[in-house]
Design a protein. Structure first.
Length: 164
């Protein structure tokens, strides 16, 4: 290997994943030696270096920083197949990755969660649960998560628009 590939190989370590997303992150954290860590889902291929930079810069104001977009749809709480309530979206956001953290705070939060048997859907939830402050950085809906077949159609359209 030479050039960028060699540098990349020297800076990266592949760590075995766990039975859950949370366990996979915890496994990776055991090898982090830097003051800050960025957690990102591969299912979000439209991440930009600007998003990462903005979350890292925001750590001056908290233990964590997330990218997110304000919710623009009506939310209904449903019981079975019947609407139970309509929720206000005024303070609701769609959370994405990357999410950046002070490494020590995230490690401590993961350790506490493991000891208590707590499972969450994102790492910022652990920081929140244990009293840390998480800052929100405005993102774009183009930083979408590829989960369903129709998401790939939208992703292709985004890529095509960028080629023009």
């Amino acid at each position: 290997m030479d050039g960028i590939g060699a540098t990349y190989a020297q800076r990266c370590l592949v760590v075995a994943g766990g039975a859950s997303r949370q366990q996979s992150v915890r496994n990776g954290l055991q090898h982090v030696t830097s003051e800050y860590v960025v957690v990102h889902d591969a299912a979000r291929p439209f991440v930009t270096s600007e998003m990462i930079d903005r979350t890292l810069s925001s750590l001056a104001d908290g233990e964590g920083a997330i990218v997110a977009t304000p919710l623009d749809e009506t939310l209904k709480r449903v019981d079975g197949d019947v609407v139970d309530a309509t929720l206000t979206r005024a303070h609701l956001w769609r959370v994405q990755t990357p999410q950046s953290f002070r490494t020590e705070a995230l490690v401590q939060a993961h350790d506490k969660a493991a000891a208590e048997g707590v499972e969450v859907t994102d790492d910022a939830s652990l920081i929140e649960r244990y009293g840390g402050r998480v800052v929100v950085v405005h993102s774009t809906r183009a930083n979408m998560k590829l989960t369903y077949p129709e998401d790939f159609v939208i992703a292709q359209a985004i890529l095509k628009s960028r080629d023009q």
